[in-house]
Design a protein around this ligand. Structure first.
Ligand code: ADP
Length: 602
């Protein structure tokens, strides 16, 4: 068998995706590889295809135990013998796996890195033929990246302890240049074939919305437009998860939740509920993460801003793994910055380190800085890109421009007068309070209610004043002193105050994101929506029967292609992308019957 027949027969794909083939070729020829591919890019295939062509068992090191069960189930569903060893198994199960391994009846073995330290496991591995060791989520080896896992550092020593050095293959989705270098050094990759297919996920629509205090109504509106779809809502804290989850329940959404405060049992059962499509929406903290391999997540909404762009992209990137159009929307409010800063300061004696603060600033720039959002993400990962992506809220937004010279003068003058009165500058929050005629004790004690600018913007909603301030800051009319967090006039402030320089504010008119993007991305053949719904129902039925998550039977992309091609014979069924020999044998007859029945009724 060659690589193309493995690709077609087991996985049902006609061609390799960009980057996959050279990684497969390198591994087959005995060369180490480093594959940096976006989520959903198809990293697993890069070691699974060689695993089926090389003699012996390929060892896959993967960070999360919860992931292994599904990965192995997916391989078994495609007719590939695979197994995992981890602490969730009882003795009997692991004995069974050991004996299968000794018999040579297993092509891929998944383990967590911690297992490599186990003496008996090392002995067993030493006695087997291991041609390839694949390291998934390889960025966990780097302290510079997210999710550092010290046990990843032991991989190199483990590999060196094997009687014959296997090919080492490392994969990750998110790695800056620094992290990539770190992976190669710490794993001890030898002259690896390095493929970076880019970080872009064209099927994801990115947007940032600023609903001010109306976050919850904004969230409900977004969810209303997405009824029937599966999605994740990330919150910064456990209490926010509880609150949001409760609200959504009250509004009749099918939700579940996940955070570190829940018992392990409840976490597992809630995660399963989501994976198996029994619940459509998962509300979670960032504790809900790497274990998620669900391919049909059609939106990820951040209820709070995460602490850096790397985390954001990783979390948002859990949408649309199946290649279907999906939305990543961040609901920003200024309060999120304070929350993020507080979370970063934890355990740091009140002062987050400057590296973390720098990353936080980049995150805030993403939310407030304007310009193409995808461009900002790709800039962060050092990848070049066109100026506009045409598939983010910024590029697709409709804008209006208004003259804000008068409110700008009020704000600048207020900053100046407060400074004249007190002899020092104060923070933005106090300036907003004074302008809006707030009655706090501090204002009275300092005599700031006597200023001529006091209450000048009484009629203007707080969010609006904040928006003016952001606009002035973006244009350099004011700036925040990083040391004291006070608001100061910028170099051009005088021109506005004394020479009538005009200030303009460009505002986005909020609009529902994405429908046009969806059309653009639709498969080349349009799928019959009615048929697609029927196929999905059949998938759910089979998934229940076999007690596996639905996407393990077929991905959404496979069903969409099936609905477009509407096969009538087994031969045509095998033409559907994602349908291999074993799946065709297992499920072909049932799906063909459903398709035939659909046409009869129509
Ligand atoms: P990653 O691990 O990079 O996030 P996966 O390996 O889970 O991505 O693959 C994502 C999806 O892409 C899966 O549904 C898989 O079936 C599909 N896929 C992978 N390679 C191909 C290919 N060559 N042709 C079509 N689909 C593919």
């Amino acid at each position: 068998m060659d690589k193309y027949s493995v690709l077609k027969q087991y996985f049902g794909h006609d061609a390799f995706r960009p980057g996959q083939e050279s990684l497969v070729d390198a591994a087959l020829s005995g060369r180490d590889v480093l594959g940096i591919m976006p989520t959903g890019g198809g990293k697993s295939l890069c070691y699974q295809v060689p695993a089926l062509l090389l003699p012996g068992v390929t060892l896959v090191i993967s960070p999360l135990i919860s992931l292994m069960k599904d990965q192995v189930a997916a391989l078994e569903a495609a007719g590939i013998s695979a197994a995992f060893l981890n602490s969730s198994q009882d003795l009997e199960e692991s004995r069974r796996v050991w004996s299968v391994l000794r018999r040579g009846g297993c092509r891929l073995l998944y383990v967590a890195p911690e297992r490599l330290e186990n003496q008996r496991f090392q002995e067993l591995m030493g006695s087997l033929d291991i041609p390839l060791v694949a390291v998934d989520e390889a960025h966990c080896i780097s302290q510079w990246g997210q999710d550092f896992r010290p046990s990843y550092l032991r991989i190199a020593a483990f590999v060196a302890s094997l009687p014959r050095r296997p090919v080492l293959a490392a994969f990750t989705a998110t790695a800056t240049a620094r992290v990539q270098g770190d992976i190669a050094v710490r794993l001890g990759l030898e002259n690896p074939e390095r493929v970076v297919t880019g970080f872009d996920r064209p099927n994801l629509f990115f947007d940032v919305q600023r609903p001010g205090r109306k976050k919850l109504p904004a969230l409900l509106a977004l969810l209303d437009q997405r009824r029937g779809k599966s999605g994740v809502i990330y919150c910064a804290t456990r209490s926010a998860v509880e609150r949001v989850c409760q609200e959504l329940e009250v509004h009749g959404f099918s939700v579940t939740r996940y955070h570190a405060g829940l018992s392990e049992e409840e976490r597992r059962s809630n995660q399963d509920g989501f994976q198996f499509d029994r619940r459509q929406i998962m509300v979670a903290t960032n504790a809900f993460g790497m274990g998620i391999d669900k391919s049909n997540v059609s939106f990820v909404i951040h209820y709070n801003m995460p602490k850096n762009l790397e985390s954001y992209y990783q979390e948002a990137g859990r949408a649309g793994r199946d290649g279907e159009a999906a939305d990543c929307i961040l609901l920003y409010s200024d309060g999120d910055v304070a929350t993020a800063r507080a979370l970063l300061s934890r355990g740091q004696e009140g002062q987050p380190d400057s590296l973390e603060m720098g990353r936080l600033r980049t995150m805030v720039d993403y939310c407030k800085g304007g310009g193409c959002l995808r461009g900002r993400i790709l800039d962060y990962f050092g990848q070049s890109h066109p100026e506009r992506c045409e598939n983010c809220g910024s590029c697709r937004g409709v804008y209006t421009e208004s003259d804000i010279t008068v409110p700008a003068q009020m704000i600048l003058s207020c900053i100046k007068r407060v400074r004249d009165r007190l002899g020092y500058y104060v923070g933005a929050a106090l300036i907003v309070q004074i302008l809006r005629g707030g009655g706090s004790r501090r204002i009275k004690e300092l005599g700031l209610d006597q200023l001529s600018t006091y209450g000048l913007m009484r009629e203007v909603p707080q969010e609006r004043v904040r928006a003016y301030l952001d606009c002035l800051e973006a244009q350099g009319y004011v700036y925040t002193d990083p040391e004291h967090a006070t608001l100061r006039p910028g170099g051009q402030a005088g021109a506005v105050l004394f020479h009538g320089e005009r200030v303009a504010m460009v505002t986005r008119v909020e609009q529902e994101p994405a429908p046009a993007a969806r059309q653009k991305l639709a498969a080349s053949l349009p799928a019959d929506e009615g048929l697609l719904a029927v196929l999905k129902a059949e998938r759910t039925r089979l998934a229940r029967r076999e007690d596996v998550p639905p996407y393990i039977i077929f991905s959404n992309a496979a069903l969409t292609d099936m609905a477009a091609k509407a096969p009538k014979t087994m031969e045509e069924f095998l033409e559907v992308s994602g349908v291999g020999q074993v799946k065709a044998q297992r499920y072909g007859a049932e799906f063909l019957a459903v398709i035939a029945g659909y046409w009869q009724k129509k």
